[in-house]
Write a protein that binds this ligand. Structure first.
Ligand SMILES: [Zn+2]
Length: 202
């Protein structure tokens, strides 16, 4: 019998590897910044985001996989951005308001398509000017990546944990955009409270 092998790849944004990996990378960066600098409830408990530039800087650098030169003032600026980015997750029901806020952010941080080049290498597409400050460049790239996800009708993938007292965000790359929780602990907590609610209803 003839059998066809179907390979189900991970969810793709545009099908173009370069653009997909760009979007994935910068949406994940936005997730890290929001979760480490702007979230006030996590895993069922109140949590305090870092308040000083030094603490914010430590929270950011703890998440980075590659060394980057950031100052405490940069960290303060990124904390303000993280607060702005938070409502862009879980914003499906008010997506036009989200789009307006995101457009405003892209303008303020001077996002612009730009081919970065080095002699002898092919140009690479980025969304900030080559002479942008690090904060401007990060915000322009994160904002553009979020805009790409929203602009292809996938805003549901910019998600907030649905468990009680958890406002952690995540990028849902499951095939059907069906992920509801930030992680196993919240999933288990939500299951347990749903069970208790059913028992109480009886
Ligand atoms: Zn959670």
């Amino acid at each position: 019998m003839y059998a066809m092998t179907v390979t189900i790849g991970p969810w793709r944004i545009t099908g173009q590897h370069e653009i997909d990996s760009y979007v994935g990378r910068w949406v994940e960066q936005a997730v890290l910044l929001v979760n480490s600098l702007a979230v006030t409830t996590a895993h069922g408990r109140p949590t305090s985001p870092p308040r000083s530039g030094g603490q914010r800087l430590a929270a950011i650098t703890a998440q980075l996989t590659a060394p980057v030169t950031l100052t405490a003032a940069d960290a303060d600026a990124l904390a303000a951005v993280a607060v702005e980015l938070h409502p862009m997750f879980g914003g499906v029901s008010h997506i036009h308001a989200v789009a307006t806020q995101l457009n405003d952010l892209l303008t303020r941080y001077r996002a612009v398509p730009n081919l970065h080049g080095h002699p002898g290498r092919p140009p690479v597409l980025a969304f900030h000017r080559a002479d942008a400050t690090l904060v401007d460049a990060w915000v322009a790239d994160m904002g553009t990546a979020l805009a790409m996800v929203i602009g292809v009708g996938q805003s549901a993938r910019l998600a907030v944990c649905q468990a009680d007292k958890c406002s952690l965000v995540f990028f849902d790359t499951t095939r059907n955009a069906s992920r509801r929780f930030c992680g196993l602990s919240c999933q288990n907590r939500a299951k347990a409270s749903a069970y208790r609610a059913r028992q109480a209803a009886r």
